[in-house]
Structure formats: structure tokens, C-alpha cells
Design a protein around this ligand. Sequence first.
Ligand code: 13P
Length: 251
Amino acid sequence: MRRLLIAGNWKMNMKLDSAKALASGLKEAAAGITEVDIAVCPPSVYIAPVAEALAGSNIACGAQNAYFEKAGAFTGEVEMAMLTDLGCKYVILGHSERRHIMGESSELVNLKVHAALKAGLIPIVCVGELLKEREAGVTDLVNRRQFDGSFSGVSAEDMKKCVIAYEPVWAIGTGKVATPDQAQEVHANLRALIAERYGKEVADVVRIQYGGSVKAENAKDLLGQSDIDGALVGGASLKVDAFMGIINAVK
Ligand code: 13P
């Protein structure tokens, strides 16, 4: 049985005080919840204070991105080992905002996936189609390409550790949510693809989260689908009540 993973992607939001307050508020509100895995991914400069505020809680810390190289002359970048150093468990890789705003390719995401696994981090690898791709009927093709590119060379044992986040780009920050049926269809196709590449045993354990305008009101229906194993939450992860509303709706 796959455990649900509810992760908050804070994106480029918060300041030091609000980040610490959100972390402390979540620690208190989520105390005692053992039915689901919970994580928050603050901006990298706030990981240390957030991890400190979450110490002793059931909420793990993650990062939103990192570079694939080992320490060296890479101005402005963060190494995977720096994230484990701060107590991170997860790292989001290949988020659509990085693919489409920063121009990250699946080849680059792939290098990062290997580096994250080597460092002992759990990569949360995002895939998802643009609205025009969905309308052109190439949703599965786009997701398959992003999956194959991002996981190239990853062993079956490592694949089992990875998390995939299906985030249709047209549903991110727009208030437009994929219907549970639309999301389930893509999730089932992604799981079938994992089975094709790695076999059923691996496909059965890999968690596939849904992301895109998830909130307390729609979380139960989405996460009630058989192949949806959690949520990657943007806007609704920035307030204790909104994030806890999602967790309480699905736990
Ligand atoms: P929203 O929940 O704000 O739509 O963001 C989704 C997302 O991109 C999470 O990574």
C-alpha cells in the first residue's frame, strides 16, 4: 500500500519571520498525524530556520531545486549534499516553472535526479503538459517524454525511492483543477509506463502525486483516485489552515 505524501511547495514566497511562523504553526497543527507523510519545501535560504522550527515534528523538509555538480565553482547554485546537511529529505526537480521559465530540459533534470539519489535525497520529479499540448491531444506523449528523459539510467531499486508529481501546467495557480477522472487517467498511464520500463513490482510502489490548484475542497476526490498518491500543493500550502485542511481531508 502506498502512503500518501502531502508536500507544500512554497515557491518564492515568505520572509524569515513568516516562514518560521508557518513551520511552527504546522508543527503544532499536524502533531499526532501518522496516517500520511507530510513535507514542506521552503525557498532554499529558509530551509535551515524552517528545519529548526520543525525539529521533532512529523513534517519533513524538502528543497525546490538544486544543482547536479559536487561543490565547486558554480556561482549561485546549491549542491545536493548541502540539502542533506540541513536535514532535507526531499528535493523537487523539474517543476514546470523551472522547465518553462528557467528553460530546464529533461536532460538537466536527469543529471539532477542522479545527483539527488546519490546524495540520499528523494527526488520529487514533476511532469505535466501545457494547455495547448492537452488540446492538441499529446498529453501522454509529453508526459512520457518528460518521464523517460528525467529518469534515464535510473535503476529499478532507485526508481522505487522516487516520487513523481503530475502537474498539468494549465492547472497551476489558475484555480482550474483537473477533474479526478482527468487526473486519474494520466496517473494510470504514468504507472503503466513505469511498469513498461521497470516492471509491475516497481510501478506498484512509486508514489505519483497530483499538483495544480489542490485545496481542502477538492483534495478528497482527487486523492481518492486509485493512482493518485498525494498532492504537491502550491498556494494552499502557504497558510496553516489551508494546508491542514488538505491533510485532514485525506488522512
Ligand atoms: P498551486 O497549488 O498554487 O496551483 O501550485 C501547484 C504547484 O505548482 C505545486 O508545485
